[in-house]
Design a binder for this molecule. Sequence first.
Ligand code: ZN
Ligand code: ZN
Ligand code: FE
Length: 762
Amino acid sequence: MTVAAARRRVRIRVTGTVQGVGFRPYVHRLAAELGLTGFVLNDERGVVVEAEGEPGAVERLLARLPAEAPPLAAVERVVAEPRPATGERGFAIVESEAGGERLAIVAPDSATCADCLRELFDPGDRRYRYPFVNCTNCGPRFTIVRGVPYDRPLTTMAGFAMCAACRAEYDDPADRRFHAQPNACPACGPRAVLTDAKGRRLAAGDQVAAAAALLREGTIVAVKGLGGWHLACLAADERAVAELRARKRREEKPFALMAAGLEAARALVELSPADEALLLGRERPIVIAPRRADAPVAHAVAPRSAELGVMLPHAPLHHLLLHDVGAPIVLTSGNVSDEPIAYADDDARERLGPIADAFLGHDRPIHMRTDDSVVRATGEGPLLLRRSRGYVPAAVPLPLEAPPLLACGAELKNAFCVAKGRRAWVSHHLGDLTNWETLRSFREGVAHFERLFAVEPEVVAHDLHPDYLPTAYALEREGVELVAVQHHHAHLAACLAEHGEEGPAVGAIYDGTGLGSDGTAWGGELLAGDLEGFERAGHLLPVRLPGGDRAAREPWRMACAWLCAAGADVSRVPPALAGDVPAERWRAVARLAAGGPTAPPTTSAGRLFDAVAALCGVRAVTSYEGQAAIELEACAAPGPARPYPIAVEPGPPVVIDPRETIRCVARDAAAGRPAAAVSARFHAALAAATAEAVAAVAAARGIGTAVLSGGVFCNRRLVEQTARALRAAGLRVLVPRALPPNDGGIAYGQAAVAAARTRGRG
Ligand code: ZN
Ligand code: ZN
Ligand code: FE
């Protein structure tokens, strides 16, 4: 028999997230099934397979390898090259060579899989009700990793020695827990413990059941999750929720909820099939969706909101807790007001001590703090408002080769990004980098990411703003090439790049503010450009920002500024604001709004929303960022509305001029028209004007693609109406999908711009 002649051998290189996700045992099973011989191993670039056998079987292996990969794997490329057949017998998993796993890509934390869930609730299983059950297909990853290679000693599981039963699973290539680094059981792994703020135990027996009993009685309980501590209470308990709100000093920002499963979530919010898929996805984000009128939820959960944020359990501890409580709970970040979420146990007990009556913790440390991710369902698809737990650190592809680089991001809602080749790793949400404490977590995070992904930056991208802390950090880095990127250009580039495009496109980029190329505060921009550069083709009419940063916290100031700009009467406080603003302060701001050094000009779209929200009595003073715009959107009457008049001056540059709109808003509000109608007509006007302006710029330049981004486009109504009008005008519309439209996407955009500007060099 001529065995060798009939056999074919290939060497296959697989790249992507293929380590620590059960890839080698998966290849082993596939090879056994197809009757192939050879081996599989991990190296510094991913997984290498050599397979030999009947040519048809080798062909089937190549087809099935990416298609049936394990759930946590993200296969980017499969490249095969022929090798001479050797007649080798058997198929082996070869141990990695020491020191070789530089690109051993760490996977994101992942929701409990169906197999583990079955064990969790099976009284016959040895992991019955074990709050830390996990396997190769699920469990903690990014939050427990201290360094690379991804191996137990370099995770926060290092202190737990596996028992014989767990070790046997870990060593068995046929087992679901083969090389599952966080593998554990009640005999050898982490344990849950219910204590008071001083660390004294509160109950004997099942700790989760005891915590659930406290929750059912209306107690506020701090719960240690995957990426940090949460605060929990019964969602329907009016008194408990109001108490939590008072203790947390979070006056009006909505609380997130956790429901046991899809059925329970459906009782709270209206869900499309796409929303349900998001809720059930392994990332398990908070999904913001329209609330049901009869949702069994205390008023204090989300006052003035037409929506609720809901998530399903992402860790076994949460599955048990929700099962035992038997009703939805509030599960909000463990912090006071806008501080970062607590993740170290002593810090949590200290900071949350005045808020929580009990602490459900455990002894597996959290290495990386990650907040819950937040997604908002829209007719344009889901918008990621915060990209953190479950998503990070999955790579986001770049449409061009990048040198090893770091992009520092924006000052607020900061996330940074490291990149190399065609991959970018965007960090978890770090929040507002406005003090040295958050700057320290930024520095540590950057160092961690550079190690994890073996990126030694040659290029550092940063915002134009010289006073931003991330910019200051960039300027400190030595021996690197600096690339300064304008804020709104970064928004445009981020959206293009995540869609695999380089432009050109015309972007409507609307947000609070970012420093413009001319040194003024931009925020309602029409940019024509690509990854490398842009031209400011148009903008919102500039008005004065009376009192600078204070204007963002006091929307009534913007109402005054816009009335001034519109030539309306500002001698008296408008009726809708009479109860909120003393007459002499109003007059002082009216004088400021006429000009002067403390009232710089701005084209901010966010501030236009503030003005309208104040004028129609929705909100005069805010307690969190973006609140006025969020509440203005929330109050809008459903269904189509007749747009207010709004001017689009052809330019160049094109100027969107809403002065007539403002006069109409003021007139209708004074006449007592409901805010619902005013808001709906304002949204319709701005959407129509934006689409008209973008289409005009696109037509003049022969560009067929439009981009909608910036924090203001987290507004469902605005993004839906503008996108619809743009498509009606014959344009393709791109909106952010993989990254937030807000400043959480800035670093990735800076990375794309830096890659384009350094292309072909060195
Ligand atoms: Zn599992
Ligand atoms: Zn064990
Ligand atoms: Fe922005």
